[in-house]
Design a protein around this ligand. Structure first.
Ligand code: CTP
Ligand code: ZN
Length: 156
């Protein structure tokens, strides 16, 4: 196999969004947060534990036919702080941006505190303040550490 074939684990896409430099192991959580499960008919490709100069290993997610907005992708920063978002049109990268940490994450995570009002049968959406190393429930103050985020996703 030639070197270029070795590098190209996942094919290039024509139009859509490439979420690159995703922390290794987080690709499926990225799709869960974005609510992408293939039922919309869009092409989705995933590379896991791909060698990366910058990160050692990384995951990569390619979604065809869909351009994700900054507000849609910023929430990914809680599980993939190094992610870059590439918008691809006609095979060219036309926009590249980093995910930015939002101040608040609403509705994505469930609170691990069983007595929290958001876990009772109340129509209260969850709300977490984003800290430097985790998230704090705005209702009960419970902290979800960054490495625990994946296991408290509402959406998977
Ligand atoms: N990509 C793709 N399909 C395209 C164009 C790009 O899947 N038609 C992917 C590339 O494989 C890469 C990412 O989008 O994973 C970003 O592309 P590019 O900016 O060309 O690569 P790099 O310069 O290596 O990106 P960076 O500097 O962000 O690491
Ligand atoms: Zn709570």
């Amino acid at each position: 196999m030639s070197d270029s074939n070795k590098e190209l684990r996942v094919s290039k896409i024509r139009d859509g969004t490439v979420i690159d430099h995703v922390s290794a192991g987080q690709a499926l959580n990225v799709l869960a947060i974005l609510g992408i499960d293939g039922s919309g008919g869009e092409g989705v490709s995933i590379g896991m534990n791909v060698p990366s100069d910058r990160l050692g290993n990384k995951d990569i997610v390619k979604v065809e036919g869909r351009e994700l907005s900054q507000s849609e992708v910023d929430v990914l920063s809680v599980i993939a702080p190094e992610a870059t978002i590439n918008i691809v049109r006609d095979y060219e990268v036309v926009d590249k941006k980093r995910v930015e940490r939002p101040d608040v994450v609403a509705g994505i995570l469930s609170c691990p505190n069983r007595n929290c009002i958001t876990t009772a049968d109340e129509p209260v959406d969850t709300r977490f303040e984003v800290l430097s190393d985790g998230l704090r429930c705005a209702y009960c103050g419970t902290i979800v550490r960054e490495d625990e985020v994946g296991s408290h996703l509402k959406v998977s």
